[in-house]
Design a protein around this ligand. Sequence first.
Ligand code: 5GP
Ligand code: ZN
Length: 114
Amino acid sequence: MSQPDCLFCKIVAGEIPADVVASTDRALAFRDIDPQAPVHVLVVPREHHRDVAALAAADPQLLADVVALGQQVATDLDEGEFRLIFNTGARSGQSVFHTHGHVLAGARLGWTPA
Ligand code: 5GP
Ligand code: ZN
């Protein structure tokens, strides 16, 4: 269930290095290469699903596992409160089509998406 040219499948497989902060048997958390907040971690399922809607339809429990890993990261690296963003589709800003939640924390966050 991996895709040959997918960047995050390669990170999951260990073929491309990443700063991994937490992992489970089904999900991985690693720091974003271009952080937008003091804590900016990506949480991904190990299996390839193109976006969060596809993941929710295919395997709701796996989506729940990804969310739980985000909560764990926010608790381990900050105070447990966090924003979780799933860009879905290019127009929303999605650039890597292996679903990932952006866990943002570590500061009082602004709200200026547009
Ligand atoms: P999207 O724009 O698809 O919602 O988020 C993709 C995220 O992946 C971006 O925030 C970008 O900074 C991050 N990213 C892109 N390439 C890499 C990489 O090679 N390693 C890591 N750790 N993050 C990456
Ligand atoms: Zn993938």
